[in-house]
Design a protein around this ligand. Sequence first.
Ligand SMILES: N[C@@H](CCC(=O)N[C@@H](CS)C(=O)NCC(=O)O)C(=O)O
Length: 276
Amino acid sequence: MLELYNHDMSVCAAKVRFALAEKGLEYTNKLVNLMAREHKTPQYMALNPNGVVPTLVHDGQVIYESTIINEHIEDAFPGVSLMPEGAVGKARVRKWTLQLDTGIHAATSVLSTCIAFRDLHLAKSPKDLELHFQVQPGADPLKVERHNDNIRNGVKSKYFAHAVNRFEKLLSDMEAELENSGPWLAGETFSLADIGFASYIRRLEQLKMDFMWEDRPYVTSWYERIQEREGFKIAIRDWDNKGYIANMNKKGAAAQPLVRKIVAQARLAISQAEVS
Ligand SMILES: N[C@@H](CCC(=O)N[C@@H](CS)C(=O)NCC(=O)O)C(=O)O
């Protein structure tokens, strides 16, 4: 039996739903209301001490961290394979999925908060906002500091340009890898690498940052093929929260001139470095 502690707009929960859908697995959905801080309750923290979604409970065994959950799903449910066969292919998948946990997820959180979600926090009562800003025991103080700066300063946060640049680098790396040895991120086989990045690229699209791959035909074609998959429909599109998406679209359009400027500066710096 599978139970997924889940949230409709969580990019990492979407990543797990995508793997479950590709495997054709049923699960019991356990919605965790992040705005009501259900993920910080003692009951939920007993399951996932990091106080984040997703968490998977498989026959009573608790597994957290979305990359680890997806590898568990692959290992525990043979049939549809989401990993290449050879050791080199598996290493290539992990080269991609590691990046989600060492920068891409954090950059996504910065962009989403600065552009769109900060207003939801600023609408809280002063007492609730203060609670949000406090470093709870065991929490990473740097993550809390970053989140606070993002809420207070929006696109003027000191983390914003870096997050845009991280995605510029990612998209450049993806374009090169897909061109040289696609059609999927790990080569011939659709894998956990493609599943991992789908919801993150979709988040950029929702924030009106899809101009960043309009001149990258391999990323464009990869994302089109991802969206055609039944698993993508079941796990991601069918979960769309229309209110949140409308908010991201509107705020993303307003932030786009600044994002374009940051991207143009990054591309200019790269082209100048290549010349010199
Ligand atoms: N590395 C974790 C990240 C989990 C994470 O940050 N989840 C977000 C939603 S995508 C969350 O629960 N955020 C609430 C919070 O940080 O308070 C994973 O991949 O599972």
